[in-house]
Design a protein around this ligand. Structure first.
Ligand code: GDP
Ligand code: MG
Length: 683
C-alpha cells in the first residue's frame, strides 16, 4: 500500500460530504442544507493506523455529465490519477436518487467505497436497508455511517484503507431486468450491464479504442461516453465511429441505469419512508404557490425583529464597556503626557472607528444565527423553489435565488455560490444583482440611522431596506431579461433539489456563526482599523498641516467638490460624502467614519446618538435625508472585497467596472426618486 492515500469524497449535494470531511480532518468547512455550498475542492489530512490519508472534499453533483462548473471540478478531479479511492457519500434516506451517481462512479473502475450516510435519519423514519444485499448488487463495500453523530467513521476508514483488495472484488450478483443473449455475459464482470444492443456497441468501440489508443485506461467507460456523445471525450479522443454510433445513446443509457436502480431499491429497501407525510405537509404550506412568498417575507421580518430587539439588548453591555474603555485610555494617555495628536488618533480615530463597529457585534451575531438556522433546516432551498416561478419570468432559474439569499449574510460567498448555476448568462446576471441584497455590513448603517431618526419605527424602516434591495435586484433582472429577449435564449430547466428538513445541527450552526463573527472581528481589526486611521488623517490634516477645524481638512476639500452631485439626492453634505467614499472599503466604515467625523466616541449609545442627531439636524440633515442615505448605502458601489470577488469570478475588469458604474447609477436614480418624491409629499 502506498504510504499516502488520497481519498475523494463524492456525492450528491447535501449528502453530508463536508460534514464527513470535517469529522475526519477537524476542519471547519461550511456545511449547509442546500445544494451548491462547496464550490471548490478542499483538501485535508488525517492519520489512520500509521497511514497518511489525504482527504478531498468535492462539490456535490448528480452525475458525471459536466453541466455545471462544480460538476466539472469534481469530474476532472476524480478522473485524474490523484485519487486512489473514491468515497461515494450517499444520503441513505434518499437512496434511489443517490444511486445514479454511484453507478457512474463504479463505471470509472477505480476503487469505490460507499459511505451510506444519514443512517440516523433512516432509523428515525423506520426505514430499513438490506446491508447485505446492497453491496452484493453493487459490487462495492457499503459502510453505514452517520456523519453528524460520528457513527461508523472508523469502519469506513478501515474499508478505505483496504481499497486495493477491494478494487478486484469479483461480483457475485445477477440482475434480472435484462435478459442477455450477448456472446459473453458481462454480469460477472460489471455492476451495470446494458441491453445487448448497447453492449455490442461497447464491445465494438472498445476494440477500436484499443487499436487507436493503446495507452487508454478504462475502455468501457470511454466507450460509454462516446455512445453518449460526450463532447469532452470526443474532442480528447477523436475516432471515426459513424458506423457504430448512429445517434446519441445517452437516453438509453440513463434509462437502463434507472431500471437497474429500481431493481436495487425493490430488493434492498424495506419499509419505505413512513414519516414522509409530515415533511409533505410542512412543504405544502412553505412552498405554497401563493402563500410561499408572504411566508418568506414574514420569516425574514422575524429575523430582523430578532436582530433588532435581542441584538440591542445585548448591545447595551458593549456600549458601557466601550465608553469605559475609551475614557480609561484617554486618561491613561494623558497621565503619560502623550502627544495630543496621538491621543486624538487613538481615541477619536481608532477606538471610535473600530469600537463603534464592534458594538454592532450582537446584531450581527443574531442575524447570522438566524440565517444559519434557515440554511441548516433546509428552508433556504425551499425559498428558491418557491421563487422558481417568479424568477422564471425574470429569465432566471429559482436556483439563482440561493446566491441572492446568501447575500443577506455577505455578498462575497453569495457571488461565489453563483457557480452552481449551469448557464453562464445566468451566472453573470446573478452576479450583477446579488450586491443589491442587503448584506450584514449594511446593518450597522440601518441600525444607527433608523434608530436615530425613526425611533420606534426603526425596525420597519430597516426592514424596508431589505425589501427594497430585493425589489431592485428583481427589477434589474427583469430589465436585463427584456433586453435579452431579442437575443436567442435557450430555455433550460434546472432541477431544484428540496433537501430533507433537518433538525439543525448545533455544531454546524456553531461553526457557521463562529466563522461569521470571526470574519467580522477580523474586518474590524484590519480594513476598518486602517480605514479609521486614514479617515482620521484626512479629517485632521489639511493643506496647511494639522487643522483645528475639520472643514479645512483634506476630507472636507474632497467632499465639498462632490456636493453638487449629491445635492439632488439630499446628501449634499461634505461629511456624509466623505463617509460614503470611505464606505467603499467596507460598508461599515460609513458608520465608523461618522463617529470620527462628528467626534463621537460611542456612537451607538443613547448619548452618542442624540449628540449626533443634534449635529446632523444642525446641518439641516433630517429624516428624509436619513432615509435616502440608507437607500444610497444599500445600492451604491459594493465593498472592496465584493469587487475583488466579482473580478475573480468573472475574470473581467470590464465587467467589474460596469458593475461599479451600474450600481452608482442605480443608487443615484433610486435615491433621487425617493428624495424628490419625499420633498413633494411633505412640503
Ligand atoms: P454536502 O453538500 O454533501 O457537503 O453536505 P453537508 O456536509 O453540507 O451536509 C448537508 C446537511 O446534512 C447539513 O445540514 C448536515 O448537518 C446534514 N447531515 C450531514 N450528515 C448527516 C447525518 O449523518 N445525519 C443527519 N441527520 N444529518 C446530516
Ligand atoms: Mg459540501
Amino acid at each position: 500500500m502506498k504510504n499516502e492515500l488520497s481519498i475523494g469524497f463524492i456525492g450528491n449535494p447535501n449528502c453530508g460530504k463536508t460534514t464527513l470531511f470535517n469529522d475526519y480532518t477537524g476542519a471547519k468547512l461550511k456545511v449547509a442544507n442546500w445544494p451548491g455550498v462547496t464550490v471548490e475542492k478542499k483538501e485535508g489530512a488525517m492519520k489512520y493506523h500509521h497511514h497518511h490519508f489525504k482527504l478531498v472534499d468535492l462539490p456535490g453533483l448528480y452525475s458525471l455529465t459536466c453541466y455545471t462548473m462544480e460538476e466539472k471540478v469534481s469530474r476532472e478531479y476524480i478522473l485524474s490519477d490523484d485519487v486512489d479511492v473514491i468515497v461515494d457519500v450517499v444520503d441513505a434516506s434518499s437512496l434511489e436518487r443517490n444511486l445514479y451517481l454511484t453507478l457512474q462512479l463504479i463505471e470509472l473502475q477505480k476503487p469505490v467505497v460507499m459511505a451510506l450516510n444519514m443512517m440516523d435519519v433512516v432509523e428515525e423514519r423506520g426505514m430499513e436497508i438490506d446491508l447485505h444485499r446492497l453491496p452484493e448488487m453493487l459490487g462495492i463495500p457499503v459502510i453505514p455511517v452517520s456523519a453528524t453523530r460520528k457513527r461508523g467513521l472508523d469502519i469506513l476508514m478501515h474499508a478505505i484503507s483496504h481499497h486495493q483488495e477491494l478494487s478486484h472484488d469479483p461480483l457475485i450478483h445477477q440482475h434480472r431486468s435484462i435478459q442477455s443473449s450477448h456472446p459473453h455475459d458481462h454480469h460477472q464482470e460489471y455492476t451495470m450491464v446494458y441491453s445487448d444492443l448497447i453492449e455490442e456497441k461497447i464491445d465494438l468501440l472498445i476494440e477500436r479504442l484499443q487499436k487507436h489508443y493503446p495507452e487508454m485506461k478504462n475502455y468501457r467507460w470511454h466507450a460509454l461516453k462516446i455512445l453518449e456523445m460526450d463532447e469532452d471525450i470526443l474532442a480528447k479522443y477523436p475516432l471515426s465511429i459513424e458506423d457504430i454510433v448512429d445517434r446519441s445513446y445517452e437516453k438509453d443509457i440513463i434509462n437502463q441505469k434507472y431500471d437497474f436502480i429500481e431493481e436495487i431499491i425493490e430488493e434492498v429497501l424495506v419499509n419505505k419512508e413512513k414519516k414522509e407525510a409530515l415533511t409533505d405537509k410542512v412543504d405544502a404550506l412553505l412552498t405554497h404557490r401563493y402563500l410561499g412568498i408572504p411566508i418568506f417575507l414574514l420569516i425574514m421580518a422575524l429575523v430582523f425583529f430578532l436582530t433588532f430587539t435581542v441584538g440591542d439588548a445585548l448591545k447595551t453591555y458593549f456600549e458601557i464597556g466601550l465608553e469605559f474603555f475609551s475614557h480609561y485610555v484617554r486618561q491613561l494617555l494623558e497621565l503619560l503626557h502623550a502627544n495630543a495628536i496621538l491621543i486624538s488618533l487613538i481615541v477619536d480615530g481608532i477606538i471610535a472607528g473600530v469600537g463603534g463597529i464592534l458594538s454592532f457585534l450582537p446584531n450581527i451575531f443574531i442575524l447570522f444565527l438566524a440565517l444559519a438556522f434557515l440554511e441548516d433546516s433546509g428552508y433556504m432551498a425551499r425559498v428558491a423553489y418557491v421563487m422558481d416561478g417568479i424568477m422564471g419570468s425574470f429569465g432566471l432559474s429559482g436556483r439563482a435565488f440561493i446566491p441572492m439569499l446568501l447575500g443577506f449574510g455577505c455578498t462575497v460567498p453569495a457571488i461565489m455560490a453563483s457557480r452552481a448555476l449551469e448557464d453562464k448568462r445566468d451566472r453573470f446576471k446573478t452576479i450583477l444583482i446579488t450586491p443589491f441584497m442587503s448584506c450584514s455590513a449594511r446593518l450597522p448603517i440601518y441600525v444607527l440611522f433608523s434608530q436615530m431618526f425613526f425611533k420606534d419605527k426603526a425596525m420597519i424602516v430597516a426592514y424596508s431596506m431589505y425589501v427594497l434591495g430585493l425589489f431592485i435586484a428583481m427589477l434589474t433582472a427583469f430589465v436585463v431579461h427584456l433586453l435579452e429577449r431579442k437575443k436567442q435564449y435557450a430555455p433550460h430547466h434546472l432541477l431544484i433539489e428540496l433537501p430533507e428538513y433537518k433538525r439543525p445541527n448545533a455544531r454546524t450552526i456553531a461553526i457557521y456563526v463562529y466563522e461569521k463573527v470571526e470574519d467580522y472581528i477580523t474586518k474590524a481589526g484590519t480594513t476598518i482599523f486602517v480605514a479609521s486611521i486614514l479617515i482620521w488623517f484626512l479629517l485632521n490634516f489639511g493643506p496647511q498641516g494639522l487643522v483645528e477645524d475639520m472643514s479645512l481638512s483634506f476630507g472636507s476639500l474632497i467632499g465639498k467638490q462632490l456636493v453638487p452631485l449629491f445635492k439632488p439626492i439630499g446628501l449634499g453634505y461634505w461629511q456624509i460624502i466623505v463617509a460614503l467614499i470611505s464606505g467603499i472599503a467596507a460598508k461599515e466604515v460609513v458608520v465608523s467614519s461618522c463617529s470620527i467625523l462628528f467626534g463621537i466616541n460611542n456612537i451607538t449609545s443613547q448619548a452618542g446618538m442624540s449628540h449626533m442627531l443634534g449635529l446632523l439636524n444642525g446641518l439641516g440633515f433630517g429624516t428624509l435625508n436619513a432615509y435616502t442615505l440608507m437607500v444610497f448605502c444599500l445600492l451604491y458601489i459594493p465593498c472592496g472585497a465584493t469587487l475583488a470577488t466579482i473580478h475573480k469570478e468573472t475574470n473581467s475588469w470590464k465587467w467589474t467596472g460596469f458593475e461599479i458604474i451600474f450600481q452608482l447609477l442605480v443608487a443615484w436614480i433610486v435615491s433621487w426618486i425617493i428624495y424628490q418624491g419625499g420633498l413633494l409629499l411633505w412640503s
